[in-house]
Design a protein. Structure first.
Length: 144
């Protein structure tokens, strides 16, 4: 199977069966982000404990890229120490800004590397970053 096909399958799997979707009543903060250019929206609940990302739950509507990327982010960052979660977030942002020149660090980004092809399409980058920016906003507020 070609790598692009495999990555498309990863994205579709996360879209069809998203991880951590459904807002938990337990939260330290809730944020709502939207992408006005396409109408995608995500609401994210974040719980932190002792400097660790305890839980990320979310709900949203939008394209397969934004919903799948939020699913990947919620799974990937849950359980991580705040600074490590921010390193993963920065690596994903770098991947999205690479204009298709980077394949991403699979060890760090895991399923997040499936979005490498999205970076070739400027209009879709905001879709892929929607949930990640919601996490950054929420975690920055909690850690302030």
């Amino acid at each position: 199977m070609e790598l692009d096909s495999l990555y498309q399958e990863v994205i579709l799997d996360h879209y069809r069966t998203p991880l951590n979707k459904g807002l938990s009543s337990e939260k330290d903060i809730q944020v709502h982000h939207n992408n006005p250019s396409c109408g995608d929206e995500v609401t994210l609940n974040l719980t932190m404990k002792d400097g660790f990302v305890k839980q990320i739950t979310w709900d949203g509507v939008g394209c397969s890229i934004s919903m799948a990327s939020t699913s990947v982010m919620s799974d990937l960052l849950s359980g991580k120490e705040y600074q490590q979660a921010m390193k993963v977030l920065e690596a994903f942002v770098e991947l999205m800004q690479s204009k298709g020149q980077s394949k991403g660090d699979e060890e760090l980004l895991e399923d997040g590397v499936a979005f490498a092809g999205v970076s070739k399409f400027p209009a879709r980058i905001k879709c892929a970053l929607l949930g990640w920016m919601a996490f950054k906003d929420a975690s920055t507020q909690v850690m302030a």
